[in-house]
Ligand binder design. Structure first.
Ligand code: SF4
Length: 352
């Protein structure tokens, strides 16, 4: 990986205090290089959004609290900044795109005014100049007839076009890093593909780094160079997307891939859900947090918490199969998933 733009080390985030505290993010470390898209993927409640939002203290505090860690962006630790310094980073060096653009846009301002306001907030541009740049930004995200559409209100746009407006706003301050939290989840499959194409285009043309938070491995396979798989507050597998999709190491990643609909040679649909549900973080399972759902669990998994095993400079997984413990005594959880990992998944929503 090239010189990282963002380096997060040992990040731990808790909700609540004392005995009732829930550790939503547990000693998480990762890096995002300039000009790359890193996918942070996991089921609902895995801690992926809490990880991203805590970087700029966007979680409500209380109850959320960063207990430990650092997050260096261009040499400055975001977690150590004062509130006023942090405000400059939010929507400045770091842009945001969220799942639901309608609730993020002001319904009584035109989209052009909103993008122009974001530009004026982070630059010294005057009103007219900011308007011209807003129109340019809308044009850059492929809003057709941008000079005219800039005068329209959010309700006059489709869901996909509203998400384009949100991306234009996020880019207004010329950020180095874009945090995109489930940016395509609310969109239908065709529009989803268009927004993913747009993000890829912006990454390449503007040299943006993108941290893409999603529950959808199909989305990750479309746009990400690197992948972090989260489960119960921990990163359980990491690696380049191409390698992770063709040879997943962690049984959870294998289960996620097996749960994606795919077309086989006979045009049949394969879909195998991971058994059970994610654990409660207020009382996580002992040992490996995935053991109650893991088809490969053995006795040691109940008692020993796995540490990360490094396979190469870019690949790692947190699983006792690769270090410590003896996989002799199977716990009897039925096998799920396929052992064929020959190709990246197709976008699952094609089949929904
Ligand atoms: Fe499964 Fe054990 Fe590996 Fe956990 S440590 S993922 S339970 S095999």
């Amino acid at each position: 990986m090239a010189e990282p733009l963002l380096s997060v080390q040992d990040l731990t985030v808790e909700f609540g205090r004392g005995k009732s505290a829930v550790q939503a993010v547990d000693h998480v470390s990762f890096e995002v290089a300039r000009g790359t898209t890193v996918g942070l993927v996991g089921e609902s409640g895995s801690g992926k959004s809490a990880t991203a939002l805590s970087l700029l203290r966007l979680l409500p505090s209380p109850p959320a609290r960063v207990v430990s860690g650092s997050a260096y962006l261009e040499g400055r630790d975001l977690l150590a900044l004062s509130e006023s310094e942090l405000r400059k980073q939010r929507g400045g060096t770091v842009g945001f795109v969220f799942q639901d653009p309608l609730t993020s846009l002001n319904p009584v301002m035109t989209v052009g005014e909103q993008v122009a306001e974001a530009i004026r907030l982070h630059t010294s541009a005057r009103r007219r100049q900011a308007w011209d740049r807003a129109v340019e930004a809308l044009d850059r995200v492929h809003i057709p007839n941008a000079p005219q559409r800039a005068r329209d209100y959010p309700h006059q746009f489709s869901g996909g076009m509203r998400q384009r407006v949100m991306i234009a706003m996020a880019l207004a301050s010329r950020p180095k890093l874009l945090l995109a939290d489930e940016p395509t989840t609310a969109l239908d499959v065709t529009i989803q593909a268009e927004i993913l194409d747009l993000l890829s285009e912006l990454r390449q043309t503007l040299g943006l780094a993108i941290l893409l938070i999603t529950h959808d491995l199909g989305v990750v396979s479309e746009v990400c160079q690197d992948v972090l798989v989260m489960y119960a507050g921990q990163i359980v597998e990491r690696g380049p997307a191409a390698e992770l999709f063709t040879s997943p190491k962690h049984p959870y990643t294998q289960g996620l891939l097996a749960s994606l609909p795919q077309v086989t040679e006979g045009e049949q649909l394969r879909l195998q859900a991971i058994q059970g549900a994610p654990p409660s973080l207020s009382e996580p399972p002992s040992g490996c947090r995935f053991h109650p759902r893991c088809p490969k669990a053995f006795a040691e998994c109940r008692v020993t918490e796995p540490t990360e095993v490094q396979f190469s400079s870019t690949r790692a997984a947190r699983c006792l199969l690769y270090g410590g413990g003896q996989p002799e005594e199977q716990l009897g959880v039925p096998e799920t998933g396929s052992s064929e990992w020959g190709r990246p998944p197709q976008r699952p929503s094609m089949w929904q």
